[in-house]
Design a protein around this ligand. Structure first.
Ligand SMILES: Cc1cc2nc3c(=O)[nH]c(=O)nc-3n(C[C@H](O)[C@H](O)[C@H](O)COP(=O)(O)OP(=O)(O)OC[C@H]3O[C@@H](n4cnc5c(N)ncnc54)[C@H](O)[C@@H]3O)c2cc1C
Length: 291
Protein backbone atom coordinates (compact mmCIF):
# COMPACT_ATOMS: atom_id res chain seq x y z
CA UNK A 1 0.00 0.00 0.00
CA UNK A 2 1.12 3.59 -0.57
CA UNK A 3 1.42 6.06 2.29
CA UNK A 4 -1.32 8.67 2.71
CA UNK A 5 -0.30 12.23 1.80
CA UNK A 6 1.15 14.34 4.62
CA UNK A 7 2.97 17.63 5.07
CA UNK A 8 6.60 17.47 6.24
CA UNK A 9 8.57 19.81 8.47
CA UNK A 10 12.00 19.54 10.07
CA UNK A 11 12.71 21.12 13.44
CA UNK A 12 16.20 22.32 14.36
CA UNK A 13 15.44 22.99 18.03
CA UNK A 14 12.87 22.13 20.67
CA UNK A 15 11.27 25.57 20.47
CA UNK A 16 10.96 25.21 16.68
CA UNK A 17 9.43 21.75 17.16
CA UNK A 18 6.72 23.01 19.51
CA UNK A 19 5.97 25.99 17.24
CA UNK A 20 5.69 23.71 14.16
CA UNK A 21 3.57 21.23 16.12
CA UNK A 22 1.12 23.92 17.25
CA UNK A 23 0.87 25.25 13.69
CA UNK A 24 0.37 21.75 12.21
CA UNK A 25 -2.49 20.84 14.59
CA UNK A 26 -3.05 17.79 16.75
CA UNK A 27 -3.15 15.36 13.80
CA UNK A 28 0.58 15.94 13.24
CA UNK A 29 3.07 13.35 14.47
CA UNK A 30 6.74 13.56 15.18
CA UNK A 31 9.16 11.47 13.19
CA UNK A 32 12.34 10.02 14.71
CA UNK A 33 13.90 6.92 13.10
CA UNK A 34 10.67 6.16 11.21
CA UNK A 35 11.13 2.40 11.76
CA UNK A 36 7.69 1.97 13.33
CA UNK A 37 5.88 5.12 12.21
CA UNK A 38 6.53 4.75 8.47
CA UNK A 39 5.33 1.13 8.58
CA UNK A 40 2.05 2.21 10.22
CA UNK A 41 1.65 4.83 7.47
CA UNK A 42 2.38 2.30 4.74
CA UNK A 43 -0.31 0.01 6.17
CA UNK A 44 -2.66 3.02 6.56
CA UNK A 45 -2.94 2.30 10.29
CA UNK A 46 -2.12 5.95 10.88
CA UNK A 47 -2.93 9.00 8.73
CA UNK A 48 -1.24 12.04 10.28
CA UNK A 49 -1.76 15.39 8.59
CA UNK A 50 1.94 16.23 8.98
CA UNK A 51 5.21 14.67 10.10
CA UNK A 52 7.66 16.80 12.03
CA UNK A 53 11.15 15.40 11.79
CA UNK A 54 13.08 15.73 15.09
CA UNK A 55 16.33 14.12 13.96
CA UNK A 56 18.08 17.51 13.59
CA UNK A 57 17.52 18.55 17.22
CA UNK A 58 20.93 18.44 18.94
CA UNK A 59 19.37 18.68 22.43
CA UNK A 60 17.85 15.21 21.92
CA UNK A 61 21.14 13.54 20.98
CA UNK A 62 24.08 12.01 22.80
CA UNK A 63 25.01 9.64 25.59
CA UNK A 64 26.78 11.07 28.64
CA UNK A 65 27.57 10.18 32.24
CA UNK A 66 27.51 12.00 35.54
CA UNK A 67 29.06 10.59 38.71
CA UNK A 68 25.94 8.51 39.40
CA UNK A 69 23.86 8.34 36.22
CA UNK A 70 23.91 7.68 32.50
CA UNK A 71 21.89 10.05 30.32
CA UNK A 72 20.73 9.01 26.88
CA UNK A 73 19.13 11.51 24.51
CA UNK A 74 15.88 10.27 22.96
CA UNK A 75 17.52 10.24 19.52
CA UNK A 76 20.25 7.78 20.57
CA UNK A 77 19.86 4.99 18.02
CA UNK A 78 19.84 1.34 18.98
CA UNK A 79 23.19 0.98 17.13
CA UNK A 80 24.78 3.95 18.98
CA UNK A 81 23.70 2.45 22.29
CA UNK A 82 25.18 -0.91 21.28
CA UNK A 83 28.49 0.73 20.33
CA UNK A 84 28.77 2.97 23.40
CA UNK A 85 31.58 2.25 25.89
CA UNK A 86 29.69 4.24 28.53
CA UNK A 87 26.65 1.99 28.11
CA UNK A 88 28.74 -1.20 28.12
CA UNK A 89 30.46 -0.10 31.33
CA UNK A 90 27.58 1.46 33.25
CA UNK A 91 24.40 -0.14 31.91
CA UNK A 92 25.39 -3.59 30.58
CA UNK A 93 21.73 -4.67 30.47
CA UNK A 94 21.17 -2.05 27.75
CA UNK A 95 24.18 -3.26 25.77
CA UNK A 96 22.93 -6.83 26.08
CA UNK A 97 19.49 -5.85 24.71
CA UNK A 98 20.68 -4.27 21.48
CA UNK A 99 21.44 -7.41 19.40
CA UNK A 100 17.89 -8.62 20.09
CA UNK A 101 16.33 -5.51 18.51
CA UNK A 102 15.44 -6.14 14.87
CA UNK A 103 18.29 -6.09 12.30
CA UNK A 104 21.32 -3.79 11.76
CA UNK A 105 19.53 -1.56 9.20
CA UNK A 106 16.69 -0.91 11.65
CA UNK A 107 19.10 -0.49 14.57
CA UNK A 108 20.98 2.19 12.60
CA UNK A 109 17.87 4.39 12.36
CA UNK A 110 15.51 3.35 15.16
CA UNK A 111 15.82 5.39 18.34
CA UNK A 112 15.45 4.77 22.05
CA UNK A 113 12.83 7.54 22.35
CA UNK A 114 10.86 6.22 19.38
CA UNK A 115 10.76 2.72 20.81
CA UNK A 116 9.65 3.93 24.26
CA UNK A 117 6.99 6.24 22.79
CA UNK A 118 5.68 3.51 20.50
CA UNK A 119 5.40 1.23 23.59
CA UNK A 120 5.15 -2.09 21.79
CA UNK A 121 4.63 -4.65 24.58
CA UNK A 122 7.06 -7.03 22.83
CA UNK A 123 9.87 -4.44 22.54
CA UNK A 124 13.06 -4.72 24.59
CA UNK A 125 13.65 -1.10 25.65
CA UNK A 126 10.46 -0.59 27.69
CA UNK A 127 11.21 -3.69 29.81
CA UNK A 128 14.88 -2.77 30.19
CA UNK A 129 13.91 0.73 31.35
CA UNK A 130 11.53 -0.64 34.00
CA UNK A 131 14.13 -3.21 35.15
CA UNK A 132 16.72 -0.43 35.54
CA UNK A 133 14.16 1.85 37.25
CA UNK A 134 14.92 4.53 34.65
CA UNK A 135 13.53 8.07 34.66
CA UNK A 136 12.16 9.59 31.46
CA UNK A 137 12.41 13.34 30.90
CA UNK A 138 9.36 14.52 28.98
CA UNK A 139 9.39 17.94 27.31
CA UNK A 140 6.62 20.18 26.05
CA UNK A 141 6.21 23.86 25.25
CA UNK A 142 5.50 24.46 28.94
CA UNK A 143 8.69 22.81 30.25
CA UNK A 144 9.96 19.44 31.42
CA UNK A 145 8.72 16.75 33.79
CA UNK A 146 10.27 13.49 34.92
CA UNK A 147 8.32 10.21 34.96
CA UNK A 148 9.50 6.83 36.27
CA UNK A 149 9.57 4.17 33.54
CA UNK A 150 7.26 1.99 35.63
CA UNK A 151 4.57 4.71 35.48
CA UNK A 152 5.20 5.65 31.85
CA UNK A 153 3.77 2.51 30.22
CA UNK A 154 0.00 2.51 30.64
CA UNK A 155 -1.23 -0.24 28.34
CA UNK A 156 -1.09 -1.51 24.79
CA UNK A 157 0.82 1.17 22.81
CA UNK A 158 -0.31 3.60 25.52
CA UNK A 159 1.99 5.85 27.55
CA UNK A 160 1.92 8.79 29.96
CA UNK A 161 2.85 11.19 27.11
CA UNK A 162 0.44 14.11 26.93
CA UNK A 163 -0.60 15.94 23.79
CA UNK A 164 2.39 17.66 22.12
CA UNK A 165 4.84 16.23 24.62
CA UNK A 166 7.96 14.27 23.69
CA UNK A 167 10.50 12.06 25.37
CA UNK A 168 13.64 14.20 25.55
CA UNK A 169 15.98 11.87 27.43
CA UNK A 170 16.30 8.85 29.65
CA UNK A 171 18.39 8.53 32.81
CA UNK A 172 19.51 5.30 34.40
CA UNK A 173 21.56 4.86 37.53
CA UNK A 174 25.05 3.55 36.83
CA UNK A 175 25.31 -0.16 37.59
CA UNK A 176 25.99 -0.72 41.29
CA UNK A 177 28.77 -3.06 42.51
CA UNK A 178 26.07 -5.33 43.96
CA UNK A 179 23.93 -5.31 40.80
CA UNK A 180 23.74 -8.14 38.24
CA UNK A 181 21.63 -8.10 35.11
CA UNK A 182 20.59 -10.41 32.27
CA UNK A 183 18.36 -10.19 29.23
CA UNK A 184 16.90 -13.37 27.75
CA UNK A 185 14.16 -13.94 25.19
CA UNK A 186 12.57 -16.47 22.90
CA UNK A 187 11.88 -15.41 19.30
CA UNK A 188 11.01 -17.46 16.23
CA UNK A 189 13.93 -16.02 14.23
CA UNK A 190 16.86 -13.80 15.12
CA UNK A 191 15.69 -10.16 14.84
CA UNK A 192 11.99 -10.93 15.25
CA UNK A 193 10.00 -9.39 18.05
CA UNK A 194 10.09 -11.66 21.11
CA UNK A 195 7.47 -14.33 21.81
CA UNK A 196 8.47 -13.86 25.45
CA UNK A 197 11.33 -12.00 27.08
CA UNK A 198 12.79 -11.03 30.45
CA UNK A 199 15.00 -8.15 31.57
CA UNK A 200 16.29 -9.05 35.03
CA UNK A 201 18.12 -6.87 37.51
CA UNK A 202 19.19 -8.30 40.88
CA UNK A 203 21.28 -6.98 43.75
CA UNK A 204 23.32 -9.57 45.64
CA UNK A 205 24.95 -8.84 48.97
CA UNK A 206 28.44 -10.06 49.91
CA UNK A 207 27.03 -13.49 50.86
CA UNK A 208 25.15 -13.96 47.59
CA UNK A 209 21.76 -13.15 49.15
CA UNK A 210 19.35 -11.24 46.89
CA UNK A 211 18.67 -7.81 48.39
CA UNK A 212 16.60 -6.41 45.50
CA UNK A 213 15.04 -7.91 42.37
CA UNK A 214 13.35 -6.41 39.32
CA UNK A 215 12.28 -9.17 36.91
CA UNK A 216 10.46 -7.43 34.03
CA UNK A 217 8.77 -9.54 31.38
CA UNK A 218 7.93 -8.41 27.85
CA UNK A 219 5.57 -9.83 25.20
CA UNK A 220 3.60 -11.33 28.09
CA UNK A 221 1.10 -8.56 28.77
CA UNK A 222 -0.10 -5.25 27.38
CA UNK A 223 3.04 -3.50 28.73
CA UNK A 224 6.28 -4.47 30.48
CA UNK A 225 5.31 -6.47 33.57
CA UNK A 226 7.35 -6.10 36.78
CA UNK A 227 6.84 -9.51 38.40
CA UNK A 228 6.43 -8.48 42.03
CA UNK A 229 5.48 -11.87 43.50
CA UNK A 230 8.49 -13.51 41.83
CA UNK A 231 10.73 -10.66 43.09
CA UNK A 232 9.42 -11.19 46.63
CA UNK A 233 10.19 -14.91 46.35
CA UNK A 234 13.81 -14.10 45.45
CA UNK A 235 14.55 -11.31 47.94
CA UNK A 236 16.22 -12.32 51.23
CA UNK A 237 17.41 -15.68 49.90
CA UNK A 238 20.52 -16.89 48.13
CA UNK A 239 20.05 -17.14 44.36
CA UNK A 240 19.85 -20.91 44.13
CA UNK A 241 17.67 -23.58 42.47
CA UNK A 242 15.22 -23.55 45.40
CA UNK A 243 14.57 -19.81 45.44
CA UNK A 244 14.31 -19.73 41.66
CA UNK A 245 11.78 -22.59 41.69
CA UNK A 246 9.68 -20.66 44.23
CA UNK A 247 9.89 -17.55 42.07
CA UNK A 248 8.93 -19.56 38.99
CA UNK A 249 5.81 -20.80 40.81
CA UNK A 250 4.97 -17.23 41.88
CA UNK A 251 4.84 -16.08 38.25
CA UNK A 252 1.29 -17.40 38.07
CA UNK A 253 0.31 -14.47 40.31
CA UNK A 254 2.27 -11.91 38.29
CA UNK A 255 1.39 -12.80 34.73
CA UNK A 256 -1.84 -13.21 32.84
CA UNK A 257 -0.48 -13.47 29.30
CA UNK A 258 -2.99 -13.05 26.50
CA UNK A 259 -3.08 -15.61 23.67
CA UNK A 260 -1.39 -14.35 20.51
CA UNK A 261 -0.18 -15.72 17.17
CA UNK A 262 2.57 -17.64 19.00
CA UNK A 263 0.43 -19.56 21.48
CA UNK A 264 -1.93 -19.57 24.44
CA UNK A 265 -1.54 -18.32 28.02
CA UNK A 266 -0.26 -21.65 29.41
CA UNK A 267 2.54 -21.85 26.84
CA UNK A 268 3.51 -18.23 27.51
CA UNK A 269 3.58 -18.78 31.27
CA UNK A 270 5.80 -21.80 30.68
CA UNK A 271 8.17 -19.64 28.61
CA UNK A 272 8.26 -17.05 31.40
CA UNK A 273 9.33 -19.73 33.90
CA UNK A 274 12.01 -21.03 31.56
CA UNK A 275 13.30 -17.48 31.00
CA UNK A 276 13.46 -16.74 34.72
CA UNK A 277 15.63 -19.82 35.29
CA UNK A 278 17.83 -18.93 32.29
CA UNK A 279 18.37 -15.37 33.46
CA UNK A 280 19.10 -16.49 37.02
CA UNK A 281 21.56 -19.09 35.68
CA UNK A 282 23.32 -16.33 33.75
CA UNK A 283 23.84 -14.50 37.04
CA UNK A 284 24.52 -17.56 39.26
CA UNK A 285 25.57 -20.54 37.10
CA UNK A 286 24.57 -23.08 39.82
CA UNK A 287 20.90 -22.31 39.13
CA UNK A 288 20.76 -24.02 35.73
CA UNK A 289 19.24 -27.25 37.14
CA UNK A 290 16.09 -25.32 38.17
CA UNK A 291 15.05 -24.72 34.54
C1 LIG B 1 11.07 -5.33 10.68
C2 LIG B 1 11.15 -4.65 12.04
C3 LIG B 1 11.51 -5.41 13.14
C4 LIG B 1 11.58 -4.81 14.39
N1 LIG B 1 11.95 -5.58 15.46
C5 LIG B 1 12.02 -5.02 16.68
C6 LIG B 1 12.41 -5.79 17.82
O1 LIG B 1 12.72 -6.98 17.74
N2 LIG B 1 12.44 -5.15 19.02
C7 LIG B 1 12.10 -3.84 19.16
O2 LIG B 1 12.13 -3.31 20.27
N3 LIG B 1 11.76 -3.07 18.11
C8 LIG B 1 11.71 -3.64 16.87
N4 LIG B 1 11.35 -2.85 15.80
C9 LIG B 1 10.97 -1.43 16.03
C10 LIG B 1 12.20 -0.52 16.04
O3 LIG B 1 12.92 -0.76 17.23
C11 LIG B 1 11.83 0.97 15.96
O4 LIG B 1 13.03 1.62 15.75
C12 LIG B 1 11.24 1.64 17.18
O5 LIG B 1 10.10 0.98 17.62
C13 LIG B 1 10.75 3.05 16.87
O6 LIG B 1 11.80 3.95 16.89
P1 LIG B 1 11.91 5.07 15.77
O7 LIG B 1 12.95 6.00 16.21
O8 LIG B 1 12.07 4.42 14.46
O9 LIG B 1 10.49 5.81 15.92
P2 LIG B 1 9.45 6.32 14.81
O10 LIG B 1 9.04 5.17 13.95
O11 LIG B 1 9.97 7.53 14.13
O12 LIG B 1 8.27 6.74 15.76
C14 LIG B 1 7.49 5.77 16.45
C15 LIG B 1 6.42 6.52 17.26
O13 LIG B 1 7.01 7.20 18.34
C16 LIG B 1 6.80 8.62 18.23
N5 LIG B 1 8.06 9.20 18.67
C17 LIG B 1 9.30 9.03 18.11
N6 LIG B 1 10.23 9.63 18.87
C18 LIG B 1 9.58 10.20 19.92
C19 LIG B 1 10.00 10.96 21.06
N7 LIG B 1 11.28 11.25 21.28
N8 LIG B 1 9.05 11.39 21.92
C20 LIG B 1 7.74 11.09 21.72
N9 LIG B 1 7.28 10.39 20.67
C21 LIG B 1 8.20 9.93 19.78
C22 LIG B 1 6.41 8.88 16.79
O14 LIG B 1 5.58 10.00 16.66
C23 LIG B 1 5.66 7.58 16.46
O15 LIG B 1 4.35 7.64 16.95
C24 LIG B 1 11.28 -3.42 14.54
C25 LIG B 1 10.94 -2.64 13.42
C26 LIG B 1 10.87 -3.25 12.17
C27 LIG B 1 10.51 -2.40 10.99
Amino acid sequence: MKMPPFAYGRAASLSELFALWTAAGHEAKILAGGQSLLATLAFRLSEPSALIDITGIEALKGISATRTHLRLGALATHAEIGASDLVARHAPLMAEAVPFIAHPAIRNRGTLGGSLAFADPAAEWPAVMVALDASLTLASASGERVVAAEKFFRGLYDTALKRREIIAAVEVQKQRKTQRTALVEVARRSGDYAMAGLALSLDLDGKGVVSDARPVFFALGDRPVLAKAAAKALIGKPLDPRSVATAQAALERDLDPPADIHGGPAMKLHLARVLLARAAARIAPGVREAA
